[in-house]
Design a protein around this ligand. Structure first.
Ligand code: SDX
Length: 435
């Protein structure tokens, strides 16, 4: 076994008169898996697991989640410690390289991020081709994919200079995001500055203007660092799994990340942070009647779901949501903002967590429930909230893409299926088809 699994004995599978022994693998945090990698060859059977709720796609050393106990760690470090003590750049290095950087490593990495902050001037003309109201996530995935054209060397050897490519992407995605906002506002682009930190640079590119210089607020910079850290990685979530599936065909990093950006866009996934704010705004506009929406969420005949609630893995509080909720109070107090949507969100949480529908289904606020409150307080428009999620998740996607390429167990992702369509039938020529 190429990973540091430990053996958990074997599982016995009886199929008809035959009995099969399947190895049990145990991960470093005690997670147990029945190894079915030879199941079809041995038995002719496959397994079926829609949404992969019970299926592990790989071994990974990047992030550990314990959904029953609300535990999250990156490379063994608790998310609470990282959010409290680190910058986003430190955590991006940790995710991509596997260890917290030394001071020298951090300086070197920060220098690379500064060096690669510009995008090719020819790329800036792409913005003019997008209609004014283009969705920022569509722009982001298109621009990231187009980066392959400006760095064709990665097409021949996707792994060559991977650390440089990763730093280049982490820096340029920040610039692309800010430029797309400026373009949408019809304002002049603000270029990155070498003297500003990662988050301060982003905020300056977003909000500085020739007629009103942006004053960098340390509280806002700290809040943005915390938010990006909390979005850094989350093991095999939908968008990360998409990056791995695309990358498993041995496509380059930028194309794989572009695929992940599109998966994240979904309202059930990263798009939820925008949908939460739209839901809270709707409730506010209707006089704060959140109970109506709780009843709608509980109605099996109503497709409405309480956005920002529920999670495939967490069956207790999402630890990130707790940290963000506290940060909301701190940031709004520091900026002297009173946001009625935060009050609605808190009341919604309090009522839902006492309601048997949510309690029985273990539905708690997830990472998206409160994050938009802070983005809004910072001044980021709602339609860019999922772009902010992508900015934070990028180091995690890169780490998983790299890990997959290094995986001795790697194979192209190609799930099986159970066919339930028509049985074999004779062909009918066109002139003999009824109707
Ligand atoms: C993210 O995977 C990750 O790690 C993702 C993420 C990350 O960091 O990458 O954490 C980020 O995507 C967070 C999730 C953001 N999405 C939302 O907030 C959208 C609202 N949430 C739901 O759509 C739902 O909870 C999911 C998509 C998050 C999880 O879906 P599952 O695991 O497939 O759960 P399910 O649909 O099987 O629901 C189980 C039951 C159902 O009721 P019953 O059929 O048993 O009666 O719970 C109900 C669901 O109807 N339910 C909800 C609900 N979420 C689940 N009912 C009302 N409101 C909700 N939000």
């Amino acid at each position: 076994m190429p990973y540091n699994y430990t053996s958990g004995g074997t599982a016995e599978l009886k199929l008809g008169d035959a009995t099969y022994q399947l190895p049990i693998l145990v991960g470093t945090e005690g997670e147990k898996a029945v190894d079915i990698r030879k199941l079809r060859a041995q038995t002719g059977y496959i397994t079926l697991d829609s949404g992969f709720a019970n299926t592990g796609s790989c071994a990974s050393s990047i992030t550990f989640l314990d959904g029953e106990h609300g535990i999250l760690s990156y490379r063994g470090y608790a998310i609470e410690d990282l959010a409290e003590h680190c910058s986003f750049v430190e955590v991006a290095y940790l995710l991509a390289h596997g260890s917290l950087p030394t001071r020298q490593e951090l300086t070197c990495f920060s220098h690379m991020l500064g060096k690669y902050a510009l995008i090719h001037e020819d790329m800036i003309r792409f913005f003019d081709g997008f209609p004014a109201n283009s969705p920022p996530m569509a722009i982001l995935s298109s621009m990231v994919n187009s980066l392959c054209s400006f760095y064709p060397e990665m097409l021949d050897n996707p792994l060559e200079n991977i650390d440089k490519m990763a730093a280049r992407l982490i820096s340029k995605v920040r610039t692309i995001a800010a430029f797309s906002y400026k373009k949408s506002m019809g304002q002049p682009l603000v270029y990155p500055r070498h003297d500003l930190s990662y988050c301060a640079n982003f905020l300056n590119m977003m909000f500085d203007s020739p007629v009103q210089p942006y004053v960098i607020n340390d509280t806002v910079v700290a809040a943005l660092n915390k938010l990006l850290i909390l979005h850094g990685d989350h093991e095999q979530n939908c968008s990360t799994a998409t990056v791995r599936v695309a990358g498993s065909a041995r496509v380059n990093l930028y194309a794989s990340i572009s695929a992940g950006i599109n998966a994240l866009w979904g309202p059930l996934h990263g798009g939820a942070n925008q949908a939460v704010m739209e839901m809270l705004q709707l409730i506010h506009n209707e006089g704060g009647n959140y109970k109506k929406y709780i009843e709608r969420a509980k109605d099996p005949n109503d497709p409405f779901r309480l956005v920002g609630f529920g999670h495939r893995v967490y069956k207790t509080h999402d630890p990130r949501s707790r940290i963000i909720k506290k940060a909301c109070d701190d940031v709004l107090a520091a900026l002297n903002i009173a946001d009625p949507l935060l009050d609605i969100a808190k009341e919604l949480e309090e009522v839902a967590l006492k309601d048997s529908y949510f309690v029985e289904r273990h539905l708690y606020p997830n990472v998206d429930f409160y994050s938009g409150i802070i983005y809004r307080a910072i001044g980021i428009p709602t339609n860019m909230f999922t772009v902010m999620f992508a900015l934070g998740r990028l180091p995690g996607w890169i780490a998983h893409w790299k890990e997959m390429w290094d995986d001795p167990d790697w194979r192209i992702s190609r799930p099986r299926q159970v066919y339930v369509g028509p049985r074999r039938r004779p062909f009918v020529p066109l002139d003999q088809r009824a109707g």
